[in-house]
Design a binder for this molecule. Structure first.
Ligand SMILES: NC(=O)c1ccc[n+]([C@@H]2O[C@H](COP(=O)([O-])OP(=O)(O)OC[C@H]3O[C@@H](n4cnc5c(N)ncnc54)[C@H](OP(=O)(O)O)[C@@H]3O)[C@@H](O)[C@H]2O)c1
Length: 261
């Protein structure tokens, strides 16, 4: 499979470049970066530390994606609609892990999925997908007297909060309790917790790759369902698994649940 990377010089883009370079069935044919990226014009293999691979990072989407079967995107939310439009035009599969998409970004995913296969996931780990399923199952079994709250921890360089994965886990809670209302902080005389509250809180610091805990707090006991990502490679592996899955599929919007089968 021929891969292009969007957000190629970022942390995830470089991690995926390293894994794709080592995989026999994958060839990196394109690398798209931002227009102000100092890596522009440099070989993406060299930037990723695997030596030159003959693919230069470019800010030009059209030429950067040319010839790819699939583009893997880990960039910024504002860049996603433009990427999707070009990928749909050039008829390639899309895997996107970019978080914090707004309504226009989500709409762009759906529109592109009318003509090419698209997989978007806030977290590319199979473990998070299973955690979301476990959370929904536990809430159904425990019933309404158990409160749900979510805490996530990420490295100090993360720019958005709460994490896309925390939002994904909040969606899992919402699938069982459609009336819950997310709140992202408590400060001052906020009064008693309402049954509809769903606290989703972020902690930032150090080099934490990503920890997520869903607390289910009941009378006399609590469950703490935790996922810890110990390396960025986990997420890069997941993105490549998603690309292998989505390549040559029917146009549709897929999720990591589809990859799990
Ligand atoms: N789904 C998952 O499993 C998962 C895992 C990790 C991260 N993420 C998400 O993926 C995204 C990227 O994460 P990261 O840690 O790799 O961040 P990062 O290191 O900041 O990488 C993002 C890259 O995208 C580039 N970019 C900005 N505008 C662009 C444009 N118009 N076209 C192409 N590239 C552009 C940035 O360039 P500049 O620096 O020049 O702006 C940067 O190199 C974030 O939304 C993050 O939350 C998701």
């Amino acid at each position: 499979m021929k891969l292009a990377l969007h957000g190629a010089t970022g942390r995830m883009g470089l991690a995926i470049t390293r894994l794709a370079h080592a995989a026999e069935d994958l060839t990196v044919v394109g690398a798209v970066c931002s227009s102000v990226d100092p890596g522009q014009g440099k070989d993406i293999g060299e930037l990723a530390g695997v030596g030159p691979i003959g693919v230069v990072a470019t800010a030009d989407l059209g030429s950067g994606l040319l010839g790819a079967d699939c583009v893997i995107d880990f960039s910024v939310a504002s860049a996603v609609p433009g990427l999707l439009a070009v990928a749909a035009r050039q008829k390639m599969a899309v895997v996107s892990g970019t978080t914090n998409l707004d309504a226009a970004g989500k709409q762009a995913l759906e529109k592109a999925a009318d003509s090419v296969p698209v997989l978007w996931a806030a977290n590319m780990s199979l473990g998070i997908q299973v955690l979301a399923e476990v959370v929904a199952h536990a809430l159904r079994r425990l019933g309404a007297s158990y409160d749900a709250e979510i805490v996530e921890i990420h490295h100090r360089k993360k720019v958005d909060a709460p994490s896309g994965t925390a939002r994904r886990l909040a969606d899992a809670v919402r699938s069982v309790r459609p009336d819950v209302q997310e709140l992202h902080g408590r400060d001052g005389e906020v009064g008693m917790r309402s049954d509809r509250d769903l606290g989703v809180f972020g902690i930032r610091g150090g080099d934490v790759v990503g920890d997520h805990t869903v607390y289910l707090l009941g009378p006399g006991e609590r469950l703490e369902l935790t996922h810890r990502a110990t390396s960025r490679e986990l997420l890069a592996h997941g993105a490549i698994a998603a690309a292998r899955f989505v390549n040559k599929r029917k146009p549709r919007l897929y999720t990591m649940a589809d990859v799990l089968g």
